[in-house]
Design a protein around this ligand. Structure first.
Ligand code: DSN
Length: 431
């Protein structure tokens, strides 16, 4: 066999191994999910090999007759699902969507108010991320670690005093709604644009189970589409703003940050939006109920889940302080050996230089909910976590139990059609 064929075969084997790893594990990363069979199918279509720069009927390439129809339909589906007048499904990821908004709304040197990283903010809102690379000056909202929310009074004071060009909300640790309604006066005094990064909670918003930012004062909302909205790795921008601002954002998207958008993932997004219209309300409710159940159970077992006074969470995410169990790094690595996959996470109290060894862990329930797990399974998972990180039981024993639990939940739910998760296409099946 030639070395090249060897390597190609090896990559395929890695894919088989990776699928098996996730098939046998309990997936609790708050930013991941599984797609439906109809959406999966779209990834393997000819849409994935074509160019369609620009907007429908204003392209730079021939052969876009069907793509135009597709894109118009996806635009309409997004507008309908979120009940808003503007949508752009072209960004190829959440951060690219954010960059489009940044390019559209700001110029280098402008001030933007953002959630702090220690308060769960996303790296694209940090100085070393997209806003910094745009040359923006940042101011962080004060964050209340007890309630795990931006402090509305402090944020109002900051916005009124500093008058940012844009006020950004939305986090990667997003337990409770952002105080948009409370800040309405501050926004109008500062005359700022309000931008909401909904990546983590966009499926909960669409399911009517989280705040509705574009009807609570936000002008624009961006997001990735593969977390609580169980679609492809892609991005989306939605607007409820004047035509001039929207046009500027669309120029920020193209040609600002992308040339071609990825047409196969856009098609998969369209399918996922349509499915979310059908199943999203129930799915969003179940995700949140599962997160609250898991949080309560971990708390009952003595693990320090944050925001107890507010019922731990109103989203898909919960966060625990695992300092006494050895810290976030040790805990996440131990759980990985037990077949439970989650990530270490900074807590508000952590020094930002400790990002590789923070005090906490983050848990998301959207993927386990997607495969049909409910409250009793959340309790079982909490018990496995407790036995692993508090009782220090043998990882091999826990791993076996985690796999046995997972083996009972292999089908992707809340979608049209049936699909065995982690075994998407024949070539990836174990041979
Ligand atoms: N960094 C991702 C997360 O896990 O929250 C979002 O981009």
């Amino acid at each position: 066999m030639s070395e090249n064929l060897d390597n190609a075969t090896k990559i395929r084997e890695l894919a088989v191994r990776h699928n098996k790893l996730f098939r046998d594990s309990i997936p609790l990363i708050a930013s991941e999910n599984l797609m439906s069979p109809l959406a999966m199918e779209m990834l393997l279509t000819d849409f994935g090999f074509r160019y369609a720069e620009g907007l429908p009927h204003k392209r730079y390439y021939q052969g876009n007759e069907v793509v135009d129809e597709l894109e118009e339909l996806v635009i309409e589906l997004a507008k309908k699902l979120f009940n808003v007048p503007q949508s752009d499904p072209r960004p190829i990821s959440g951060t690219v969507a954010n960059m489009g908004v940044i390019y559209g709304l700001t110029s280098p040197g402008d001030l933007i108010s953002v959630p702090s990283l220690s308060g769960g903010g996303h790296i694209s809102a940090a100085q070393f991320g997209a806003v910094g690379f745009r040359g923006l000056v940042t101011e962080n909202y004060p964050f209340d670690p007890q309630t795990m929310t931006i402090d509305p009074d402090g944020a109002a004071k900051l916005i009124k005093e500093k008058k940012p060009k844009v006020a950004l909300f939305g986090q990667s640790v997003f337990l409770f709604p952002a105080p948009l309604k409370e800040l309405a006066d501050a926004f109008s005094e500062a005359k700022c644009k309000v931008w909401y990064d909904a990546a983590h909670v966009i499926g909960l918003i669409a399911g009517g189970r989280f705040q509705d930012p574009l009807h609570e004062g936000a002008h624009v909302m961006s997001g990735s589409t593969h977390k609580t909205l169980p679609g492809p790795q892609h991005g989306l921008v939605l607007g409820n703003t004047d035509e001039e601002t929207w046009k500027s954002i669309q120029r920020g998207i193209f040609p600002g940050t992308i040339s071609n958008h990825h047409l196969n993932t856009m098609a998969a997004l369209g399918v996922s939006l349509a499915e979310h219209m059908e199943f999203g309300r129930k799915y969003a409710s179940d995700i949140i109920e599962n997160a609250q159940t898991m949080a309560q159970e971990l708390h009952n077992l003595g693990i320090k889940v944050l925001a107890e006074s507010r019922g731990f969470t109103q989203s898909h995410t919960l966060v625990a302080n695992t300092k006494t169990e050895g810290g976030g790094k040790r805990v996440a690595e131990t759980l990985e050996r037990c077949g439970i996959i989650l990530n270490k996470n900074m807590l508000p109290e952590d020094d930002s230089r400790k990002s590789q060894n923070p005090s906490g862990i983050r848990i998301g329930t959207q993927e386990v909910t997607r495969i049909g797990m409910g409250k009793s399974e959340m309790k079982e998972i909490a018990s496995l976590i407790y036995r692993s990180i508090v009782k220090n039981e043998d990882p091999a024993v826990i791993k076996k139990e985690a796999k046995a639990l997972k083996d009972m939940f292999t089908e992707v739910k809340y979608c049209f059609g049936k699909l065995k998760a982690y075994e998407y296409i024949k070539v990836f099946q174990e041979r």
